[in-house]
Ligand binder design. Sequence first.
Ligand code: KG4
Ligand code: ZN
Length: 334
Amino acid sequence: MKDIYILGIESSCDETSASIVKNGTIEISTVVSSQIDIHKTYGGVVPEIASRHHVKNITIVLEECLEKAHLTMNDIDAIAITYGPGLIGSLLIGLEAAKTLAFIYQKPLIPVHHIAGHIYANSLVKELEFPLLAVVVSGGHTELVEMQDHYKFKKLGGTLDDAIGECYDKVARVIGLEYPGGPKLDNLAEKGTITYKLPIPLKDDSYNFSFSGLKSAVINLVHNEEQRGHTINKEDLAASFQNTAIQAITSKVKKAIVDRNIKHVILAGGVAANKGLRKAMEDLTSSLNVDFSVPPFKYCTDNATMIASAGFYAYKDGRRADLRLNSKSQDELK
Ligand code: KG4
Ligand code: ZN
């Protein structure tokens, strides 16, 4: 079989990234330009500022990626682009770059859903086995997705309100941690003991999640303790919160594995970097005798390597877009 080189482009939030992946699984080169330090000052991503930085970065990132790979656009078979979901202004910058390259070099344009990218970050480390359960945990998503084959997605359930990453970041802010607080909260949790009692959200029979109640419970607890003149033990609160959030995820994952006869479970999205969640998922899957994989840290947060990998399977699935392709701030994975 002829080798297929996909150029992936990702700009859905605050990372401008380009990557070239061979045959869906071999990373040739990746460049990620992160804006975290810029948005830190504001306590979160400011969409307009993010778009302006994407404009500044996109051509530099693309050039550097091709240079690092020692390839030219003529070696590229297709261009995979995150068309959504995400911040509309940010998405549009990557999309316009992808469309321009596709037009000039007459290459197929492959539309990739951002979550498909997070899922396929796993295929860079382990071959996917089906039926597969993708546990998608990011700043914008918390979903259980079943796959019977490559690029066949079926959403089993999702969050009814906040995403888990959003909840982590908000709780982190309440205890004084800088944006993005998720990883800092994870580190703090390692040092703490589970002492604070928090409600496990949505203990029902569905595959859905809810995190806004847990977030409010932490905020109320902190305020009540402050009013009483008590000092919060941040490590213990982080450990208690993390334990509750993880239980909310693993209980639904367990049900899905059993009900849907799952063979392979994968973690996907920024929160897949969470050490507590990784450990809990490893324990759960080994007790149920199913395969488990999680991307290395560098593939957990937003990057174009995962988009190029997903793009390869979308390409094989015959998915193509023309130059009328538009960005979508929201869209179901299908
Ligand atoms: O997937 P991602 O890069 O962006 C979205 O598509 O949303 O995920 C970013 C989210 C942020 O909310 C960040 O705080 C969270 O992932 N995150 C973590 C950890 N590392 C990143 N949350 C908890 N523990 C971590 N170790
Ligand atoms: Zn993401």
